[in-house]
Design a protein around this ligand. Structure first.
Ligand code: PLP
Length: 449
């Protein structure tokens, strides 16, 4: 049986209607909030986006990791329609309502750890990370926060200060929040020449202990905040022994271990949360993005004693736990937290990885295909010394877009192509996307191999 391709190109991309909308956008909206493509979008379903010119594209940006359950999952849309007729907003500071309480109960059940848990609902990933820091500070009476090079935690003052990649995210925006300490992330690809990965991880753990002498005393640290798989940093999984070492340090010194699962959580790596691959249990999990299938909602879930540490009234906000966002998150959890969905997510990752590795094997420019499960990226370099190649990376993303596949970059040096397909994607759609990636490599390198 032949299937109709998902990608249908009718005009050049961007087409005239997309270009007209983007011109209005440029005139009306702040250029500080930039855009990565010139697409104007009309609608989307599953893995397919329809633009204003009638082109159909496959979406491997997934709203930057928001669409694990796909565009407009029908059960989420139905729940939103039903809820919209009953209650749009109440404000959780004023009164309580069922979807908010039910969502917190669900999050307390699905996050790692068999201890008593509570949740705090917020609107964005940055707000949730910042809330986790406030909770850790209130609980420990300490101020210090340890973070990692390459980490991304958001654009509010606190989370921007915790974020790496100065030129893109921080330039001109200081002064930054104080009491933030940053150490290298154990990036196995870029380990010193001559070391093997295991040695390097051991060496990195030693450097972590050194930092607790040279930079900050553990008794001054409220929290260690880590992405178990760095997202903006280029889909770098933290090695399990490293996460275990952090857990031991936190236990020994009463430091709160915060897993920032904003990009890697909710099925993105084939498990509900990416830290589950390591078996390490964090004290607090921060989540957002795919949690709400596109509705703005985020959460901090973890040890009940920590969540109850801040004084009443110190946390939350006007829209925190908005009823529409809550029903979207509840339906998304019902979709994702099933063995079938997570098994399929793992199968999507395996198929995608195989195809990307086949392409990578033909190009010396690929330093690595990496990630966990279906959270995959390709890192591109100029030479054997691994000099990053952001221009080739950009050229590849442009070439995939021109052929109807939306991809975006990641990495401290913007030299990774990241693949964040909706996990509801079909095998045919994955194969279609891989064919486009192969053509894009041929065009961008000028070398069809
Ligand atoms: C790991 C991580 N933390 C926090 C954030 C910030 O989330 P938001 O953009 O919703 O504020 C992001 C966003 O990309 C992220 O990837």
């Amino acid at each position: 049986m032949t299937t109709v391709p998902s990608i249908q190109i009718r005009t050049e991309i961007p087409g005239p209607r997309s270009s007209a909308l983007v011109a209005r956008r440029a005139a009306a909206l702040s250029s500080g909030a930039a855009y990565l493509t010139e697409l104007g979008v009309a609608s989307a379903s599953g893995a397919v986006v329809t633009d204003l010119d009638g082109n159909q594209l496959l979406d491997f940006a997934g709203g930057i990791g928001v669409l694990a359950a796909g565009h407009c999952p029908p059960t989420v849309v139905d729940a939103l329609r039903d809820q919209a007729g009953d209650l749009l907003h109440m404000c959780a500071i004023v009164a309580s309502y069922e979807p908010m309480v039910e969502l917190a109960e669900a999050l307390n059940a699905v996050t790692p750890g068999d201890f008593a848990k509570k949740s705090l609902l917020m609107n964005s990933g940055a707000e949730a990370v910042e809330s986790a820091v406030k909770i850790a500070r209130a609980a420990t009476g300490r101020a210090g926060v340890l973070v990692f090079e390459g980490g991304y935690h958001g654009r509010t003052n606190m989370t921007m200060s915790m974020t790496s990649k100065y030129g893109l995210f921080k330039k001109g925006f200081g002064p930054f929040a104080s009491e933030i300490y940053r150490i290298p992330f154990p990036n196995v690809l870029r380990r010193p020449p001559g070391t093997d990965p295991e040695q390097f991880v051991g060496w990195s753990i030693e450097r972590l202990h050194d930092a607790l002498v040279s930079q900050v005393d553990p008794s001054a640290l409220a929290a260690i905040v880590i992405e178990p798989v760095q997202g903006e940093g280029g889909f770098l999984p933290a090695p399990t022994p490293y996460l275990e070492a952090i857990r031991r340090i936190c236990d020994e010194h009463g430091i709160v271990l915060v897993a920032d699962e904003v990009q890697a959580g909710f099925g993105r790596t084939g498990t509900m949360f990416s830290i589950e691959h390591s078996g390490v249990v964090p004290d607090l999990v921060v989540m957002a993005k795919s949690m709400g299938s596109g509705m703005p909602i985020s959460a901090v879930t973890g040890r009940a004693d920590l969540l109850d540490a801040p004084h009443p009234g110190g946390m939350g906000g006007t829209y925190s736990g908005n009823p529409l966002a809550c029903v979207a998150a509840l339906e998304t959890i019902r979709l994702i937290n099933t063995p079938e969905f997570l098994e399929r997510a793992t199968a999507v990752g395996a198929r995608l990885r195989l195809g990307l590795e086949a392409i990578a094997s033909r190009y010396d420019e690929v330093a690595e295909v990496r990630g966990l499960g279906p959270m995959l990226a390709i890192e591109l370099v100029k030479d054997a010394e691994l000099t990053p190649d952001p221009d080739l990376t950009l050229a590849i993303t442009k070439a995939t877009l021109a052929r109807g596949l939306i991809t975006i970059r990641a990495g401290l040096y913007s030299n990774c192509v990241r693949f964040l397909p909706p996990l509801s994607i079909t095998d045919d759609q994955i194969d279609e996307a891989l064919a486009v990636v192969a053509e894009a490599f041929a065009e961008a390198t000028g070398d069809p191999r």
